[in-house]
Design a protein around this ligand. Sequence first.
Ligand code: NAD
Ligand code: MG
Length: 394
Amino acid sequence: MQSLTILGATGSIGRSTLEVVARHPDRYRVFALAAQRRADELYEQCLRFAPRYAALADAEAAGALARRIGAAGLDTEVLAGPAALAELAAHEEVDAVMAAIVGAAGLAPTIAAARAGKRILLANKEALVMAGDVFLRACRDGGAAVLPIDSEHNAVFQCLPPAGAGARCAAGVRRIVLTASGGPFRGATLSQMHAATPEQACAHPNWSMGRKISVDSATMMNKGLELIEAFHLFGVPGSRLEVLVHPQSIVHSLVEYDDGSVLAQLGNPDMRTPIAQALAHPERIDSGVAPLDLVAIGRLEFEAPDVQRFPCLRLAHEALAAGGAAPCALNAANEVAVAAFLGGAIRFTDIAAVTEAVLRSIGDRPAGSAIDEVFALDEEARALARERLGRCPA
Ligand code: NAD
Ligand code: MG
């Protein structure tokens, strides 16, 4: 029986994780559920999964949750604040932590899980992009294993030789190719993108996801962050990482070997597959995902990405090549810009402009070598991005 803490339980990945867990009550026990502020949703999850602990980063929302849980007579103890999330990620009774908080907010509890030597199911790619070396060092020091949840990285993990959890790139690998759907604006013109609304940007053709990653998919910054994620997870230089647009999202990524063999992982675009793979690794369990019907799909198409229309992809390539503070600055500026776009403050095409300005300004600094330095860099990049937002034409 594995005991789980789910960070970001109320989100898209968190809910999919609970759906897989619910199919295997003999294998998994929910120890703790944590999220930001949606008390009503977390309460419903507590009713269903009866965790020992529930935590909300927002103290007021945690108070509301505690009152509902008290009134219902549940045994779940409610904790409040970001420190509580880190505590539950590192708790001695926990075996595995699903890291599914969106953005930089996920870094602190995920690092806590790393230091405590947990099995980390990593969906929160931003944590790895902003603090790759610091995070991986914490995993090594703490004896933590990392299993990728991002569908592309989970696919690569499955196509690499079986070297156990957290496998690094083996000799004989020539290239890793990450597939990208191309997002909702794959066929759009620059002027259509200039006028794009948050609703259009969040209407992903194949995947149902949280709003931040949906916008990242529309700008293709998501694929850019994934290049940096792959660099850290598999130890492959940027020159051997490529992006391939594949609109059907059936081939989740490919690994090419020196002898010309190319291994790919296929499946329906449903996050319950990588979640179940990582939960059960090295075994296999039912995820609830429908069998893949290639006859019904009929065609699998591929095309090169267009960095002219999707400059965020170029910026991420540059940040990966530059190293140092660049990936952290890229991620922070992008988070600020995406939030501003979703709030109606800037245009879709300003996301890349704001991110590029911040990257040019502090991207050549050295990377933070300790977690506090990473947070300071992140904060500085956010401040610069906010300043830059004010200069975007309305
Ligand atoms: P989401 O917006 O649906 O959910 C985010 C979760 O994080 C929520 O539970 C929210 O309460 C929690 N959260 C947000 N800010 C927080 C804070 N400050 N403190 C504590 N909790 C906080 O997002 P999602 O789509 O589930 O994505 C989660 C992560 O997984 C992201 O890093 C994303 O890039 C990655 N990911 C998602 C998918 C997908 O299909 N949704 C696929 C691959 C990777
Ligand atoms: Mg992905």
